[in-house]
Design a protein around this ligand. Structure first.
Ligand code: GUN
Length: 295
């Protein structure tokens, strides 16, 4: 069997068209959703994510407040920027791009973001809310993964899902979404990580495998059950002298071989990535609606 390749770019484009129409409707009521973006340092991957996020905001009519700070920025200066965005009524969502440089304490900064503007869903108050089944902003990458599955007609309820990777940004929140008693959940979830004893034993019995380990070739064809759905969250830069940039992007999955065994698979790039940004736009529009009493 050769898998259906899930076109995340197309699905994200359709969702962005819907959001654009919604933003146009809000504009008629004098409401413009606003996103404050903060990037500290020069990490090339982070810079390209942030640029893509700002471009996406512009395309659908979200106001964006761009803050690019040097690598050496002291934590208190970063917190001052967050506090300014917290107070700004034009801003409904705040995104501080992770990872921060090493001298900055991530938890301390995330704790200063107003939970009502935490469109990343990383503030412990929002994490606590959604883990306990209350309404909260869902972190963008896991939310994007679940929306992709639903748009592709995958029935999540009752499936065995194996997530490879336990980060705060992807693995942990995805597990928490998928175990909820909700239309986005009702799955049986296993989270594997670097200390898992026999990774293949887990992945081979999964109906859905989500690779979020940050390492190329973590998932090979022998680790996948025939007909499984494979979602690749990995974004790894590997050297490629044939490319103008000198590198190309690959995921965590051996795409060429795994696609011969899976029933559906996401490519990298063009799979989960465009959905992450779309869910950020979605959360920002939701936040604007909540603040103005429209949701
Ligand atoms: N770094 C990688 N993914 C993300 C994300 O979804 N949000 C933020 N703020 N930083 C990231």
């Amino acid at each position: 069997m050769s898998a259906k390749i899930i076109d995340g770019k197309q699905i994200a484009a359709e969702m962005r068209e819907q959001l654009k129409a919604e933003v146009a409707g809000l504009a008629k009521k004098g409401i413009v959703p606003g996103l404050g973006v903060v990037l500290v340092g020069d990490d090339p991957a982070s810079k390209s994510y942030v640029t893509a996020k700002q471009k996406a905001c512009q395309e659908i009519g979200i106001y964006s407040d761009d803050n690019r700070l040097p690598e050496s920025t002291p934590q208190k200066d970063l917190i001052n920027v967050v506090n300014r965005l917290n107070k700004d009524p034009k801003i409904h969502g705040i995104l501080t791009q992770l990872p921060f440089p090493k001298h900055i304490n991530e938890t301390e900064v995330l704790l200063t973001i107003d939970p009502a503007k935490d469109v990343d869903g990383f503030h412990p108050i929002n994490v606590g809310k959604f883990v306990t089944g209350h309404k909260a902003f869902l972190p963008c990458t896991p939310h994007g993964v679940v929306r992709l599955l639903i748009r592709c007609g995958v029935k999540i309820e009752g499936t065995d899902v194996v997530i490879v990777g336990r980060s705060n940004i992807v693995g942990k929140p995805l597990a928490n979404i998928l175990i909820q008693k909700s239309p986005l959940g009702n799955a049986t979830v296993t989270v594997c990580h670097t200390k898992t004893r026999n990774l293949a034993e887990h992945t081979r019995r999964a109906d859905i495998v989500v690779a979020a380990a940050g390492r190329p070739n973590t998932i090979t064809a022998d680790m996948i059950k025939d007909g499984a759905v494979v979602i690749d969250v990995g974004v790894n830069r590997i050297e490629d002298p044939t490319k103008k940039t000198g590198y190309r992007l690959v995921g965590d999955v051996d795409f060429e071989r795994v696609k011969e065994k899976a029933s559906m698979i996401t490519p990298v790039p063009g799979g989960v990535g465009p959905m992450t940004i779309t869910m950020l736009l979605y959360n920002t529009v939701e936040s604007a609606k909540i603040t103005t009493g429209l949701a």
